[in-house]
Ligand binder design. Structure first.
Ligand code: CMC
Length: 430
């Protein structure tokens, strides 16, 4: 990054200049890394609304236009024309695979899809009704114990192997989490099935009933994975990068990402959105909820609506809405009342001044719950499916960070507004 353009900062009669870098697309950035050294002041940006925390080549979002690109390819094209594993290859390697590269990649993922035997015992430590996301955090974390001593994160092939292991094992782990949750035996992965079909098979196959994978449903699952694969520097990805910046084990870093994703303002919104739609129940109750969402004295928000970056329709939500219709049609679900509520709620919100003014549109989580419920998952599993798909994004971003020659440990500063130095007061005198 070099630049002749400079930004001038003027405080009183003193001024300093800082380099401006040009993005390949998107806003320019002012490099203020030397600000404190030069001026003795910090910047303040709670929630990082104007701060680029890294340089990246992986994913680009144009929030005003509502576009999302993985390595330059539009999400709608990827979701339609490529499958999830090809998208994983693209995110990790920077290019789509040719036929033989795709074949080797699929074989490698298949080779690594089992869990170390001792991790099976880990599940018995969790109550059946433990939230699946808490199990996911725990078991992914535990993987770091298996792959620590043998792994050198300064070695490129070890880094790629760690990413491959994560992508390969995460569906097995998510399916085991589901099976433990519902009190069923684990089902071993099958090497003859594609990624999404194998995941559905591990979730839904029973001893007495062999699950036969419906290719249309498997394709919808695969598309849902692609839609969630990466989303540049969101909260969970930034968590993974920050954790990894200290040189921590990548499996542990992904577990931190899963923990961050769980929150209702992030990945947990898919679970919250469905329960909101179910609570609304019928279209005649929508105005009551719209009124609550607009009331500043009510903490209620329309879940699955709004986004920090998208100030236009989330392109993933459009594809998700279409996938919802495809899945419901394939499963013969007609007149789904939750879908009717969702579509009417969207229609009303998009014509309401409050939502128009604030540029609040449906995000990916608005329709995903309806689809995932139709596929047979309980709402407690929704964020697990998001985590499964996002593992590739977290892995690619972790790898990119470690490979960045300018990479430093992340260490934000603060605006301290607490007490200044105080004298110690003895207990009897307080
Ligand atoms: N319902 C009602 N009002 C809202 C909503 C909503 N869902 N989202 C934002 N607003 C209002 C907010 O009250 C504020 O109004 P005002 O300017 O009058 O104070 C204004 O819009 C701006 O909101 P903000 O909280 O400053 O925006 P943010 O960028 O900090 O928050 C968000 C983004 C996604 C956390 C927020 O829109 C939200 O809580 N949405 C619901 C949860 C959700 O669907 N999350 C999933 C995000 S997409 C999946 C993912 O990436 O994880």
């Amino acid at each position: 990054m070099t630049s002749k353009d400079r930004a001038i900062l003027k405080i009183g009669d003193q001024s300093w200049d800082f380099p401006i870098y040009h993005a390949s697309i998107g806003p320019r950035v002012v490099d203020i890394a030397s600000l404190y050294k030069q001026t003795g002041i910090f910047t303040f940006d709670s929630g990082f609304t104007s701060t680029a925390s890294c340089e990246s080549r992986i994913t680009f979002i144009d929030g005003d236009k509502g576009t999302l690109l993985y390595r330059g390819y539009a999400i709608d094209e990827l979701a339609e024309k490529w499958d999830f594993l090809e998208t994983c290859y693209l995110l990790l390697h920077g290019e789509l695979p040719d036929k033989s590269q795709a074949k080797v990649f699929r074989e490698n993922i298949s080779k690594h899809n089992t869990l170390p035997e001792q991790l099976h015992n880990f599940y018995t430590g969790f109550d059946r009704d433990a939230h699946p996301m808490s199990m996911m955090c725990g078991v992914v974390w535990a993987l770091s114990a298996n792959y620590h001593n043998s792994m050198d994160i300064s070695d490129a092939s070890d880094r790629m192997l760690a990413c491959m292991r994560l992508i390969a094992k995460i569906p097995t782990l998510a399916a085991m989490t589901y099976r433990h949750h519902i009190g069923e035996e684990f089902v071993s992965p099958r090497g003859d099935l594609d990624y999404a079909s194998n995941f559905l098979y591990m979730c839904f196959s029973g001893e007495s009933k062999e699950y036969s994978v419906n290719p249309i449903i498997a394709r919808a699952m695969d598309k849902i994975f692609t839609l969630h694969a990466d989303h540049e520097q969101n909260a969970s990805t930034s968590t993974v990068r920050l954790a990894g910046s200290s040189g921590a084990n990548p499996f542990a870093c992904i577990a931190w990402g899963i923990a961050c994703l769980w929150g209702a303002a992030h990945g947990g919104a898919n679970e919250a959105a469905l329960s909101m739609l179910e609570e609304i129940g019928t279209v005649d109750r929508i105005p009551e909820y719209i009124k609550r969402a607009k009331d500043k004295n009510d903490p209620f928000r329309l879940m699955g609506f709004g986004h920090r970056v998208y100030k236009n329709y989330d392109p993933r939500a459009k594809i998700m809405q279409q996938t919802t219709h495809e899945v419901l049609e394939e499963l013969g679900i007609k007149d789904d009342p939750t879908l009717a509520v969702a579509m009417e709620l969207e229609r009303i919100a998009l014509t309401d001044e409050y939502f128009i003014e604030r540029k609040l549109y449906p995000n990916i989580d608005f329709y995903s719950g309806i689809t995932l419920r139709a596929l047979g998952f309980p709402s407690s599993m929704f964020t697990v499916l998001f985590a499964l798909a996002r593992t590739v994004g977290w892995s690619a971003q972790w790898k990119e960070m470690i490979e960045d020659p300018k990479q430093k440990i992340g260490r934000p500063r603060q605006l301290y507004t607490g007490e200044t130095v105080r004298e110690y007061v003895k207990e009897e005198e307080r």
